[in-house]
Design a protein around this ligand. Sequence first.
Ligand SMILES: [Zn+2]
Length: 202
Amino acid sequence: MNLKFQQLVKLFQRLPGVGPRQAARFVIALLDQPEENLVELGTAINRLKKEISFCGECFNISDNSHCHICHDTKRDKAKLMVVEKVTDLESVEKTGLYKGLYHVLGGAINPLDKITPANLKIKELEKRLEKISAEQGVELIIATNPNTSGETTAMYLRDLFASTNWQNRGLSVTRLGRGLSSGSNLEYADEITLKHALEYRK
Ligand SMILES: [Zn+2]
């Protein structure tokens, strides 16, 4: 097979959930596209890191220093949901059931992939929470995925914020509840499942 073709197939396989067959399908589909579409795609990928920035508060993808959720004065500031990725935030947003704020960690603790708490936005989360006062109070809703790395991260965060010092500051920690089967992914949970998980947090 053509070397350039194979090279592009390999590049697509770097994306999550893309196997060799799916990658080959992508490349064949691209070959069917007009030249200008390919240039458009190539340019967009080329500029991705330069042109897309993250919210300085919650690390959601944003065009500005603060994302539209952090900007929205109608959001409930007494609720802060911790998610692994922007795609998880989007899944929860799509349900329209959650009106609080978010904090995107940028992944989950996974020693096998050498992802430690220092690689995640945990220090930033602590800094955010340091600003809260006892009167105001904040519920920190841990919504990491119900798989090994997500559970490890959830336990780490629970331990981190378990001290009476944090409780006296008005922080309570909950975890997204039942409904999310273990090993599953928040990103792919359907609306009804997410609704239950939100209602039955513990
Ligand atoms: Zn934000």
